[in-house]
Design a protein around this ligand. Structure first.
Ligand SMILES: *Cc1c(COP(=O)(O)O)cnc(C)c1O
Length: 360
């Protein structure tokens, strides 16, 4: 008997496993597993979301016009070349589906965001990992992996889960080393958190070249992960391609409305960044004080290194029993690490207290 078989590669991919949000028997767990904003979205975004409830029988604006204009005002990019997506995950998948297939390669750094290899395999393409140096993407290693079969290079900058970034000059060097037919995708999901003056989010690179795309998300500093909203800034030819293959109504009306309000509430965004500026170094220092390595991070999370995989696993379990949810990193090839999101003050003190009891 024959049965329907998926395309080659699909059954070899390990599905993405998201962070937990509930713990059995714990009514209010401390959720530090998915890099969500601990302050949540702007109250104005919540109000805009609620208002759309009266209009749920209407299809959303398939062009996301108001949202693209709001993005353009806030980030200074050309609204015509912004494409919105159902989370940046959808944009990652669409870019790969459009530009790569069986026999093609998609290059990413060894501990890069897992959706790159997953989406590559889903499209029948082959993901290729370039080694990192000090848990940081290495331009020379990435370029060494680029060959005749390469169609896309993905770089999360800063990277999740390592928290590291490469400076603007290195990003430019990466682009300069790529052939013109290879698309460089700069995933700047955490750009708003970065406080370094040698950092660039990729907008200028997109505008200067035909083979660079930047992707962004509303899931992190804007606190709208539940709504699934992301956007890509593209060269005109890539904009055209994405608009041909995306679903006609791929972004919901509540997401669009909340997105506009969120992006316009600069005060709330500033407050979220200021919170992170206070608690990221606090978290890193306290972890180090407990003998845990806090790998340097410019995002809203810390990659915490333990002696070995057993020690990381034991810490994860003890924290979970105490209602603190962190993220195991075995899927990223970092089984000796946990990733911990910067949370509220109570979440941070609760985490450190629980970990201190376990390690002390
Ligand atoms: C969280 C994250 C995203 C966001 O994905 P969404 O689908 O927009 O929620 C994208 N890239 C990286 C590197 C991330 O960490």
């Amino acid at each position: 008997m024959t049965t329907p078989a998926p395309r080659p590669g699909i059954l070899e991919l390990d599905p993405y496993v998201g962070g937990l949000h509930i713990v059995d028997g714990v009514s209010h767990p401390l959720v530090l597993a998915s890099n969500e904003s601990p302050l949540g979205p702007s109250p104005k975004a919540l109000a805009a979301y609620a208002k759309v409830a009266k209009m749920l029988h209407r299809y959303p604006d398939g062009d996301c016009l108001a949202l693209r204009r709001a993005i353009s005002r806030r980030y200074g990019c050309d609204a015509e070349n912004v494409v919105c997506g159902n989370g940046s995950d959808e944009l990652i998948a669409m870019l790969i589906r459009a530009y790569a297939g069986p026999g093609d390669e998609v290059v990413h750094s060894r501990h890069g965001f897992l959706m790159y290899p997953i989406s590559a395999r889903a499209a029948g393409a082959t993901p290729v990992a370039a080694e990192e140096v000090n848990l940081t993407a290495d331009v020379d290693a990435l370029l060494a992996k680029v060959g005749a079969k390469t169609r896309l290079v993905f770089l999360a900058n800063p990277n999740n889960p390592t928290g590291s970034y490469i400076p603007a000059a290195e990003l430019e060097r990466l682009h300069a080393g790529l052939p013109g037919n290879v698309l460089l995708v700069v995933d700047s999901a955490y750009a708003e958190y970065v406080g370094r003056n040698d950092y660039a989010d990729g907008i200028e690179l997109v505008e200067a070249h035909d083979n660079v795309v930047m992707i962004r998300t509303f899931s992190k500093i804007y606190g709208l992960a539940a709504l699934r909203l992301g956007w890509a800034y593209c060269p005109p030819a890539v904009t055209d391609v994405l608009n041909r293959i995306r679903g006609p109504f791929n972004v919901t009306a509540p997401a669009q409305a909340a997105g506009v309000a969120a992006i316009e509430d600069i005060e709330h965004t500033d407050m979220s960044r200021a919170h992170n500026d206070t608690w990221l170094p606090w978290l890193a220092e306290r972890l180090e004080g407990l003998g845990v390595t806090a790998h340097p991070s410019v995002g809203n999370f810390v990659l915490a290194g333990f002696a070995d995989a057993d020690a990381a696993g034991a810490a994860y379990e003890v924290l979970l029993q105490r209602g603190v949810i962190t993220r195991l990193m075995g899927g990223y090839g970092l089984p000796q690490c946990l990733r911990i999101t910067v949370g509220t003050e109570d979440e941070m003190t609760g985490l450190i207290a629980a970990l201190g009891e376990h390690l002390g």
